[in-house]
Structures are given as C-alpha cells and as structure tokens.
Unconditional design. Sequence first.
Length: 150
Amino acid sequence: MYDELKLKNQLCYPIYLCSKEIIRKYSKYLDKIDLTYTQYVVMMYFWEVETSNVKDLANTILIDSSTLTPLLKKLEQKGFIERNISKKDERNLVLKLTKKGLKLRDEAKEIPKLMGECFNLTDDESKDLYLLLYKVLHNIEEEIRNDKRN
C-alpha cells in the first residue's frame, strides 16, 4: 500500500548507508593521522590549493561557512593550517597550509588506495559509480543555484 515509502525502494537509503559505512571505514586510517573525515576532506582541498579563503573552501566542499569555523580552528590548533586576516579585506580570512599540514599529505597518501580496496569494485564499476555520483551532485548544485535566483 505504501511501497513508495519502503526503505528498499529508496535511492537515498543505500547512498546514506554507503556514506555512513565509508566514513566509518575511513576512521580506521584517519585516527592514525588525527583527523576526522570532514577534516580529511578539508585537508585534501588544501593539499590541492595550499591557500584559500573560507568562501571558496565552503563552495568547493559544500559545507556552510559557519560550520567550517570550528573545524578550521581545530586544524589550526593541530598546526595543519594557518588562519590570518586578509590584508586586502579585513572581513576575510586567508587560509594557508602549513609545512606540518603538507607533511601530513605524505602520511595520508596511501588512504585512497586502502579505501579503494575496501570497495571491491572493478575499475569500470568505480568509474561508472564516480560519474553517476558526480552527475547527481551536479544536478543538486544546479537546483540550489536556481533556487537562489528565484
């Protein structure tokens, strides 16, 4: 009678379960380098760009900037990033990867490989899943942009 509400009929449910379990598996490796999963995502961003501001970081990883503040403070306390007021605009923070944060990249470089082994997918299956997930994200981001315009 309410088949559309059964968990087994929901696309979101296996995505939720996979996300939860993937993050749980990551913790096994991230605990060794003193990072939470969200901190790891932020550090991966900095390993790519090295210097940024809160707005660009928030837009890239789709986290509200107010949520990022305590996370960035924690990463600064650990010595992985620096937060400095912009000389051009005092309302903005300049975020910069430190030498210690860069060194952490070497400690983390095996994590993607180790996690990939947990998934037990072929290269083609991994590529297909990657493309489908990014298609979903793109569609969601487009909807958010449209909502902001209206």
